[in-house]
Design a protein around this ligand. Structure first.
Ligand code: ZN
Length: 238
């Protein structure tokens, strides 16, 4: 069995609110933290463009003992080529015939986890961190806790090693994700999340709201906006 380093973590980092919070979470816990992103032909590459700036900003914050290691950007054009969804084609965002949102890219998180595990194996990272969530999720079956647990078993068997997959946001809604970010990095981390991360399905960065950039009406913007409002109300912040 290959020896993985208990102190090393790999974070699936897309440049959105959730994966940025996960990166801060990992820096607070692990000594060496690397990031991986995926270019799969997504319609809106703005997230990918934002990743280096967010990493730089988090590297400046006193989040914990973790040192930010290299970033890895993996191209998986095959995923875009075989999917016909609102994230990879000009398809309207809504509910498809399957009852799943048209933004669902079949198998995406499963593919991401396979590539991330192969990379973690090579880099000696025992811990793999991803920002999937079953609470606020849009019905994506590959974001479920059982899916991730099953993947952990499959990857450990298939690679004959002992990864631990971490999903710090699994049971948090968006308001609780904002609360976690504040706990991890205070207002400076929240400011990075609001100013630099991208959640909007349309890739809109022309409008800045109190909850960040986005069109304000797509499902991802609505979740983020609603979470910000609820977090501010619950914490009675200005
Ligand atoms: Zn939007």
């Amino acid at each position: 069995m290959v020896a993985l380093d208990e102190r090393r973590a790999l974070v699936l980092f897309s440049g959105g609110q959730d994966s940025t919070t996960c990166l801060a979470w990992a820096l607070a816990r692990f000594a060496e933290v690397e990031t991986v992103g995926f270019d799969y032909g997504q319609r809106h590459r703005v997230e990918l463009d934002l990743r280096p700036g967010i990493r730089d900003a988090l590297g400046e914050l006193p989040l914990g003992p973790g040192r930010l290691g290299p970033d890895h950007l993996l191209a998986i054009p095959a995923l875009g080529a075989i999917s016909d969804t609102a994230l990879t084609r000009e398809v309207e965002i809504g509910l498809g015939e399957s009852g799943l949102p048209t933004t669902f890219v079949p198998g995406r998180n499963l593919v991401f986890l396979c590539f991330a595990a192969a990379l973690a194996y090579r880099r000696g990272c025992r811990h793999v961190v991803l920002g999937v969530c079953e609470t606020d999720y849009s019905g994506y079956p590959d974001c479920r806790d059982d899916t991730v647990k099953a993947m952990q078993v499959a990857l450990n068997l298939g690679l004959e090693t002992r990864f631990v997959l971490h999903t710090p946001l699994m049971w948090r809604d968006k308001a609780q994700t904002f609360a976690l970010a504040e706990r991890l990095g205070g207002r400076p981390l929240l400011d990075v999340i609001l100013a630099q991360t991208q959640t909007c399905y349309l890739g809109d960065r022309s409008q800045r709201h109190d909850w960040g950039y986005g069109c304000g009406t797509c499902p991802a913007c609505r979740l983020r906006k609603d979470g910000w409002r609820r977090w501010r109300q619950s914490s009675a912040r200005p």
